[in-house]
Design a protein around this ligand. Structure first.
Ligand code: GDD
Ligand code: MG
Length: 363
């Protein structure tokens, strides 16, 4: 199977402040880091070598994965500065032995059939084949126009409203021939989506292969919550280890996924679509719904969390409400009676004593 380059160096800006302390690929989805899903799927497809292009928080990834996982050999390609989505491809040239290879964005959760994509690529014979998927909002992605022969005739990255060629978008998985190196200048930052694909499309060397499988990018908080809910739905039950203490009056509505050493107090209601990581403590009378709670977070009595993400070791005191796509940074503390709603993000270690009801970033 082809060597695979995984782009895992982005800053994850749209997931700040949670991405201030971990790379996007280590964000837990149903209590397992995203990168593990990627590596498992590549390993199942028969990939033997994965090259991780790393930059931002590279050490955290190297420490977590080491040199092998899931029967895969993992090599690291370290950038001195961000090289974009194309630069790492040029940089990896010597590792590919002049053969074709696969590239994928590291922030995806998908069950794409990589082998079908490769077969299609070989059939068509272009320099590059892009996996495509249908979405309702192509403006957040790279949108394509596809002709009847499967050629991409236009590739428009983040099109303006009303200007997307179609709802078919770049799913962030590519098969590339060695000729691709001729299209990527050496040594600098290159965005493959704006600097390479449009040119290949013009030269009729770019093909697209639509897949109807499961596909999600976890770039934004709502995507991340949806991806988590989708994985929980596939697990279809409440997953909980023995080390967890749930008061008999608490109600758990699946699907949920619980880590080790969790405590849940009397009359609390958890679920649906909730992940609680290790060492989370929840007091009495709490409500948690459609949310991701990172390790060691504390939610005191009568507090509620809905459609939100709480960072590691964050604390919600009593009668706190956190809602609507809000993100609470690691170690942040939200005082008694405070309401946080409408996409608010709170920086790590911050103390909040007053309610915040409109989209704000608290530094
Ligand atoms: N190594 C490295 N270096 N990786 C990078 C860099 C870099 O400088 N910049 C971004 N990446 C990685 C990110 O970590 C991510 O895994 C991937 O490249 C794509 O970057 P994003 O910032 O997540 O891009 P996007 O989601 O806005 O758009 C891309 O993905 C969409 C599908 O999810 C584009 O490829 C779109 O065309 C595509 O539709
Ligand atoms: Mg992305």
């Amino acid at each position: 199977m082809l060597k695979t380059l995984v782009l895992a160096g982005g800053f994850g800006t749209r997931l700040r402040p949670l991405s201030c302390s971990r790379p996007k690929t280590l964000f837990p989805v149903a209590n397992k880091p995203l990168i593990d899903y990627t590596l498992e799927s590549l390993s199942e497809a028969g990939v033997e070598t994965v090259i991780l292009a790393v930059y931002y928080m590279a050490e955290a990834l190297v420490r977590y994965l080491g040199p092998t996982k899931n029967n895969l050999g993992i090599l690291y390609l370290r950038e001195q500065r961000p090289m974009g989505t194309g630069g790492p491809i040029r940089l990896a040239k010597d590792m590919m032995n002049g053969e074709k290879f696969m590239v994928m964005n590291g922030d995806l959760l998908t069950d794409f059939d990589y082998k079908r994509l490769i077969n299609y690529h070989e059939e068509k014979g272009g320099i590059a084949t892009v996996a495509l998927t249908q979405v309702e909002d192509p403006y957040r992605y790279g949108s394509v126009e596809l002709d009847w022969e499967g050629r991409i005739t236009r590739f428009v990255e983040k099109p303006e409203l009303g200007k997307a060629p179609s709802n078919l978008i770049n799913a962030g998985i590519y098969i590339l021939e060695p000729e691709i190196y001729d299209y990527i200048p050496e040594g600098g930052k290159v965005r493959i989506e704006t600097e390479v694909f449009p040119k290949l499309a013009e030269e009729q060397q770019l093909y697209g292969f639509e897949s109807h499988g499961f596909w999600m990018d976890i770039g934004e908080p709502v995507d991340y919550l949806n991806a988590n809910a989708a994985v929980l739905a596939r697990q279809r039950k409440v997953i909980k280890p023995d080390s967890i203490e749930i008061d008999p009056t608490a109600i758990i509505n699946g699907p949920c996924n619980f880590g080790e050493n969790i405590k849940i107090g009397a009359d609390s209601r958890i679920g649906p679509n909730v992940s609680l990581a290790d060492d989370v403590q929840i007091g009495k009378g709490c409500r948690i719904e459609n949310s991701i709670i990172f390790a060691g977070a504390v939610i005191e009595d009568y507090s509620s969390v809905k459609n939100a993400i709480l960072g590691e070791n964050s604390v919600l005191e009593r009668w706190v409400k956190v809602e609507s796509g809000s993100l609470i940074g690691d170690f942040a503390q939200i005082g008694d009676g405070v309401t946080i709603t409408e996409g608010v993000s709170i920086c790590p270690s911050k103390s909040i004593e007053e309610s915040i009801l409109k989209p704000t970033q608290v530094m």
